[in-house]
Design a protein around this ligand. Structure first.
Ligand code: BTN
Length: 324
């Protein structure tokens, strides 16, 4: 299957390639090329045009992920990761790293995919992950802290992602507690943090990031909340490789600092990106809801809500936040 995707690499330049050329380069017949294109169209949901006399092309091409380029950018920035994998097609990059728990006790593992067939979101939701358009990134490493010392970790990752984008001049991004990234009050990216290990530590953290870059209409229809993508807001976007390298570097740099110092040094940065600060909000619980004024976060990363009864703290497992 991964091999079939090589054909997409050939078409990534957006130009026409004749069936004959593709057949010769892939060592298959022209009718086998046609069949492969049909199955890739279904699987990737990419538009692949077939024009008689000219061949096949992907209009606009694909800004393909390139492991070597990402690796070189990370090396040049002085923050290389020990293991970096880029795959065409996977169920979920996070699931993949969850299953590799016993493989490495040291360093950082990263997995990026062009598409996911079972991308996971928070609260058991699915993460819509079409081919070649967005970033689906997971990063895993062991952290020498007990589990209770990891409160606030997901907020730190939000700060890392917003900072990485800002460094690439993609500004105006906010964080909706605990860690959704918003642009223009619509969801731009989501973060999923999973933990493995003993309660007393060390703990293996698996961080999953889905960042919308080009979200087509059919993908938007599958998502049950207002969503946006970078392409709707910025004209000159960096390549996905530059974005991926910037994100990995920032996340792993901030993880190092979080391991040593906890959430404290990040609270001020979090406040800078905070979306609903001092606004009227509702916190939804399983059976009820609490209304009040959102007063930011405390030192543990819990949400502070002011109501006539006073200020109370809520953690991300018990409530979800909505603007009133
Ligand atoms: C959310 O629901 O807001 C979190 C979404 C996290 C999605 C990313 S995409 C890469 C990684 N692999 C997954 O299966 N999920 C995360």
């Amino acid at each position: 299957m991964q091999n079939d995707f090589k054909l997409l690499q050939l078409l990534a330049d957006g130009r026409f390639h004749s069936g004959e050329d593709i057949a010769a380069q892939s060592g298959i017949t022209r009718s086998a090329v046609w069949k492969k294109i049909q199955s890739l169209k279904v699987l990737s949901r990419l538009e692949i045009q077939a024009v008689s006399g000219r061949g096949y092309r992907i209009p606009g091409g694909i800004d393909a992920l390139d492991r070597q380029q990402i690796d070189s950018l990370l090396q040049a920035g002085g923050l290389p990761v020990e293991r970096l994998e880029v795959v065409h097609h996977i169920d979920s990059t996070s699931q993949y790293l969850v299953e590799r728990r016993e493989q490495h006790r040291d360093g950082t593992e990263c997995c990026l995919a062009e598409m996911q067939t079972a991308g996971r979101g928070r609260r058991g939701r699915n993460w819509v992950s079409p081919y070649g358009k967005n970033i689906y990134l997971s990063l895993a490493r062991w952290i020498n802290r007990p589990m209770f010392g990891l409160s606030g970790l997901s907020l730190v990752i939000g700060v890392a992602v917003a900072t990485a984008l800002e460094k690439l001049h993609l500004t105006g991004i906010s964080l909706k507690w605990p860690n959704d990234l918003h642009l223009d009050e619509k969801k731009l990216a989501g973060i999923l943090v999973e933990l493995q290990g003993e309660v007393e530590g060390p703990v293996r953290v698996i961080i999953g990031l889905g960042l919308n870059i080009h979200l087509a209409a059919d993908s938007r229809q599958q998502i049950d909340q207002p969503v946006t993508d970078l392409a709707s807001h910025f004209k000159n976007l960096p390549s996905r490789n530059v974005l991926a390298a910037g994100l990995i570097a920032e996340i792993s740099g901030m993880l190092d600092r979080f391991e040593a110092e906890g959430l404290k040094p990040f609270v001020e940065q979090w406040n800078r990106f905070d979306l609903y600060r001092d606004q009227a909000v509702s916190l939804l619980r399983v059976n009820d809801r609490v209304d009040g004024i959102y007063r930011g976060i405390d030192a543990a990363g819990e949400l502070l809500l002011e109501s006539p009864q006073g200020i109370a703290a809520y953690n991300a497992g018990e409530v979800s936040l909505r603007k009133s």
